[in-house]
Design a protein around this ligand. Structure first.
Ligand code: PLP
Length: 384
C-alpha cells in the first residue's frame, strides 16, 4: 500500500485522525484535555509558551477541534463558539446600527426570533425573504442593499434548498456578505465557501458532534483578512462566547466519525423518505433527496454524498393525528435537535404555533440505527 500524501487526504481520513493530532508529550494517539485557565510567564515576564496566556483566547483543545473543522470545511480559518446561537450573534454584532440585513424566512425559529429582537434593539432594517426563490432574493438585494444576507440550507424544518452560488452572486453584486447556516448538511455534505459564501455557520451541537452531548457553534471563512472576520474574532475573544476545553475535546472525538455518520444518516433518511412518500396516511414528504422535491436539482448539484439527516413529513388529519403518531413511536425519541446518532421526532407546531408550520408536520432527525427498525417503527405508529 502506498502512503497517501498528507496534502491530499480525504475527509474521512482527516476526521478519523483528528487532522493528525496526537499527544507529543506522552505519545498518546489521542490528545489530553487541557483545563488550565491561565498560563505562566518566565522571569523576564514572557509567556512560557507564546501561544498561551489566558483560556478565553487560548486553549489547545479548541485549536485542535478548529483545525479538524477547518480541514473538513476546506476553509482558511474556523472559530468555535459556546453554541450555534453564540456564533450567529457574533456575526450579527458586526452589523452597524441603521444598516439593512436580509434573512431567509422560515428558517430555524430560534435564529429568526433572536435576529428579530436584535434588529429591533439596534435599529437594523430586517428583511425576511424566501431565499430559495432566487429572483425574490436578488430583487431584495437590489432594493435593500443589505450589509449581509443570511440563508439556511437545507432549512429547518421546511427543508427548503437555497442555491448558494446564485445567492452569493446576488449578494456580492450589492456589496453584501453571504453567510450560510449549513447545520443540516454538516461540512461533509456541502461546502458553501467553495460556492462563494463568505462565512459558513454550523450549530456544531448537531451532526458535527453527533452524540447529543455537546453544545457548540462554528464559523468558517475563506477570507480571514476580511474586516467582518477580524470583528468576529475580536468579538469572541472579548465578549467571551468560547467553547470549554472538555466540549472541544468531545467535539474532536465526535468528528472522527462525522463522514461515516453523515453517510449512514443520509442513506437511512432517503429510505424513510421513499417509504413515507408511498404511505397512504402521509400527505407530503419534505426531503431534498426525493426527485419530487422542488429543490432537488439544486441540492443534487451543491450537496455531495447525501442529503442529510433532516426530514419532515405532513400527516393527514392535522395536529391530533400527528401527535398520535409521534406518541406511538417507540424507537424514535420525542425530542428536539438533530444530527445525533439516535433518531428524534418533533411536532414543531407545538413548539412554535404562530409561525405557519403545518399542524400535521412531524420533523425527524434520522440516526444511524438499522433502517429496518426505523421503518417498522414508523409503520406501526402510522397504522393502516
Ligand atoms: N441553526 C440551526 C439550523 C439549528 O437547527 C439550530 C438549533 O437547533 C441553531 C442554528 C442554533 O444552534 P444551538 O442550539 O447550538 O445554539
Amino acid at each position: 500500500m502506498t502512503d497517501a500524501p498528507k496534502s491530499r487526504l480525504r475527509p474521512a481520513t482527516i476526521a478519523a485522525h483528528a487532522a493528525g493530532t496526537t499527544d507529543k508529550a506522552s505519545g498518546g494517539v489521542v490528545p489530553p484535555v487541557h483545563f488550565a485557565t491561565t498560563f505562566a510567564r518566565d522571569a523576564d515576564y514572557q509567556p512560557v509558551n507564546p501561544d498561551n496566556v489566558y483560556l478565553r483566547s487560548h486553549n489547545e483543545n479548541v485549536r485542535v477541534a478548529e483545525k479538524v473543522l477547518n480541514a473538513l470545511e476546506a476553509a482558511e480559518d474556523t472559530l468555535l463558539f459556546a453554541s450555534g446561537m453564540a456564533a450567529i450573534a457574533a456575526v450579527f454584532r458586526t452589523v452597524p446600527n441603521g444598516a439593512s440585513v436580509l434573512v431567509q424566512s422560515q428558517i430555524y425559529w430560534g435564529t429568526t426570533k433572536w435576529i428579530r429582537d436584535f434588529c429591533t434593539r439596534r435599529q437594523i432594517m430586517l428583511h425576511e425573504i424566501e431565499a430559495s426563490d432566487i429572483n425574490a432574493f436578488s430583487q431584495a438585494c437590489k432594493n435593500h442593499r443589505p450589509a449581509l444576507a443570511w440563508v439556511e440550507t437545507p432549512s429547518n424544518p421546511w427543508l427548503r434548498i437555497t442555491d448558494i452560488a446564485a445567492t452569493a452572486k446576488a449578494a456580492h453584486a450589492v456589496g453584501a456578505k453571504l453567510i450560510v447556516d449549513s447545520t443540516a448538511a454538516s461540512p461533509v455534505l456541502s461546502h458553501p465557501l467553495s460556492l462563494g459564501a463568505d462565512i459558513v455557520m454550523h450549530s456544531a451541537t448537531k451532526g458535527i458532534n453527533g452524540h447529543s452531548d455537546v453544545l457548540a457553534g462554528s464559523l468558517a471563512t475563506a477570507d480571514p483578512d476580511a474586516t467582518i472576520w477580524s470583528m468576529i474574532r475580536e468579538d469572541r475573544d472579548c465578549a467571551g462566547a468560547v467553547l470549554g476545553p472538555m466540549e472541544a475535546w468531545l467535539l474532536t472525538r465526535g468528528m472522527r466519525t462525522l463522514p461515516l455518520r453523515m453517510r449512514e444518516m443520509s442513506r437511512n433518511a432517503m429510505a424513510l423518505a421513499e417509504f413515507l412518500a408511498d404511505h397512504p396516511k402521509v400527505e407530503a414528504v419534505l426531503y431534498p433527496g426525493l426527485s419530487s422535491h422542488p429543490g432537488h436539482a439544486v441540492a443534487a448539484r451543491q450537496m455531495t454524498g447525501g442529503f442529510g439527516p433532516l426530514l419532515s413529513f405532513i400527516i393527514k388529519g392535522g395536529a391530533p393525528e400527528a401527535l398520535r403518531v409521534a406518541g406511538r413511536l417507540q424507537v424514535f425519541h420525542r425530542a428536539t435537535s438533530l444530527g445525533g446518532v439516535e433518531s428524534l421526532v418533533e411536532h414543531r407546531h407545538t413548539i412554535e404555533p404562530h409561525t405557519g408550520i403545518p399542524e400535521g408536520l412531524l420533523r425527524v432527525s434520522v440516526g444511524i440505527e438499522d433502517v429496518r427498525d426505523l421503518e417498522a417503527d414508523l409503520s406501526q405508529a402510522l397504522g393502516q
